[in-house]
Design a binder for this molecule. Structure first.
Ligand code: ADP
Length: 510
């Protein structure tokens, strides 16, 4: 991003920098990114590198660890180059990452024993069912806040130990190190000196007791994971070591780490109990801050750690929508009713309603709060009057109604949000935001800063490095861009939601 010339001159003459740069490494599922921010929250440099998804078998998804590493390093070097050209110096690095994705490597050589098994990978479904049938799910829910599902790291790690020859023995002997992507990057960035993770990432492994914030021996036994391979767990804003001086030409301190959804919660300044954000990308993730209280959902939401700062843990409730932006992709690529995703907005506005049509995007089953992996999608209510406009509108509405179902679950769990902050690709769609406000019945807020996830990681680094002294400093950086108020009258809202729930019943498998 261009800055006025006089600012370059000024900054190069500063003795101590009043507006230091915080660099976020955002290692995502489809790309690695690096983004630099000033401490005033301005994005000043960025680079992104998409990479290959590996699908070795049906339901399997892997990443090449070398590619994760190479794209992380190349984007970070590119951002540092842009910054150095303007004589801007990085004060600290924050890392945010695709969560649950599992790596195991040899401490002696640094070489991974297998590809990274990605969070979407379903290869351990059978193992999860066996554990469920043996009656272990309640213990897992009680301790971890999660469910017995292939989504989480534990069974992926077990799979590697069971299937890659020699790994179990090597792990028992203490030669192997397990990590989610943050841990793997920290290990490599520090030249193998630091084997650590933060609490938010640990809370997604299903090996971590979120009540005590410790790895749990009984869970390690249940999943047959040697505790010796687990990383040390630190606060989310803490000292994670310095980067190896040879990597970037200087040793940079790593001072903040959080999983992507937790980082977005921070980037969106959702710091009080009851604050909630929703990130609308390929899928959508709603995360509700529940404060220092670990809230147990009676409505099949996950309980998880939002972050831990100076030893104090903040908890969250989380629900994910499996098909959000991917529904729009399907309307584009599967049906061909639009050429580009943003076109959906005008097309949806070309009609006044869907004419009673509901699109049920259960392409890969349904996520929270339904948890129905065997459901498949459908379109109901078609008439001869149904056209592209109605389908476009029904597609956007399907994401709106799924959000409503999650918000209702949160309200039923005792914390009814009074507004919703949004980000991600779909949040660029103004029509969608107004529909959210109308159907949810609460104001929808979109910030000026579109990069909530990376910004959250940068904020943690700023906290860890002392650039910010409290969350309050970060909250003051949040600036609203769009605010949509609910306009639909209550009767119409209830009719629409009833229609959605009836339609949903037709595609559910149970
Ligand atoms: P991810 O990080 O999961 O790749 P992004 O946050 O980049 O996702 O958002 C991309 C998704 O948003 C795509 O699935 C795309 O279909 C959808 N999308 C992008 N722009 C719009 C829009 N204007 N209206 C609706 N959906 C959109």
């Amino acid at each position: 991003m261009a800055r006025p010339r006089h600012m370059h001159v000024l900054s190069s003459h500063r003795m101590s920098d009043p507006d230091p740069i915080l660099l976020a490494i955002d290692q995502g599922t489809s790309s690695s990114r690096s983004i630099a921010f000033t401490a005033r929250g301005t994005l000043v440099a960025q680079d992104q590198h998409p990479f290959e998804q590996i699908y070795p078998a049906s339901g399997w998804v892997e990443h090449d660890p070398e590619v994760i590493w190479a794209t992380t390093i190349s984007t970070t070097r590119e951002v540092l180059k842009q910054l150095r050209a303007r004589q801007q110096r990085v004060a600290a690095i924050g890392i945010t990452n695709q969560r649950e994705t599992t790596l195991l490597w040899d401490r002696r050589s640094g070489i991974p024993v297998y590809n990274a098994i990605v969070w979407q990978d379903r290869r351990t479904a059978e193992q999860c069912r066996t554990l469920q049938d043996a009656g272990h799910e309640n213990e897992v829910i009680e301790k971890t806040g999660l469910r017995l599902d292939p989504y989480f790291s534990a069974t992926k790690l077990t799979w590697i130990l069971d299937n890659v020859p020699g790994t179990r023995e090597a792990a028992e002997a203490g030669h192997l190190a397990f990590g989610t992507v943050d841990t793997y990057l920290i290990w490599r960035l520090t030249g193998g000196r630091v084997h650590a993770t933060d609490v938010s990432n640990a809370s997604r492994t299903a090996l971590f007791d979120i009540r005590t914030c410790c790895w749990d021996e009984a869970l390690c036994e249940l999943f047959r994971v040697p505790a010796k391979c687990l990383p040390e767990v630190r606060d989310s804003a803490a000292d994670f070591g310095n980067t190896d001086a040879g990597l970037f030409g200087e040793a940079l301190p790593i001072r903040g780490v959080a999983g992507d959804q937790q980082a977005a919660l921070i980037g969106q300044a959702c710091f009080a109990a009851g604050d909630v954000k929703s990130t609308y990308g390929t899928g959508a993730f709603l995360v509700l801050n529940t404060g220092h209280q670990l809230v147990r959902s009676r409505n099949r939401l996950l309980s998880t750690v939002a972050w831990r700062l100076e030893g104090a843990t903040t908890y969250a409730l989380e629900g994910s929508i499996l098909s959000a932006g991917s529904t729009i992709q399907w309307l584009r690529d599967g049906l061909g009713i639009i050429a580009r995703a943003p076109e959906i907005e005008l097309l949806a506005q070309s009609v006044t309603d869907t004419g009673g049509v509901y699109l049920l995007p259960a392409f890969t089953g349904l996520g929270a709060p339904y948890w129905d992996p065997d459901a498949r999608g459908g379109i109901v209510g078609l008439t001869r009057a149904t056209g592209r406009g109605e389908l476009a509108r029904a597609g956007l509405d399907s994401v709106v109604y799924q959000t409503r179902d999650l918000l209702d679950a949160m309200t039923a769990d005792g914390i009814g949000p009074s507004q919703l902050k949004v980000d991600g690709g779909m949040a660029q769609n103004g029509f969608f935001l107004q529909r959210l406000a109308d159907v949810l019945g609460v104001p929808i807020l979109r910030p000026k800063m579109a990069e909530s996830t990376a910004f959250g990681a940068a904020c943690l680094a700023g906290l860890g490095h002392g650039v910010f002294s409290s969350l309050q400093d970060i909250a003051s950086l949040w600036e609203g861009d769009v605010r949509c108020e609910p306009k639909l009258e209550a009767g119409a809202r209830e009719r629409e939601i009833r229609g959605w729930r009836e339609a949903l019943r037709r595609v559910r498998s149970r």
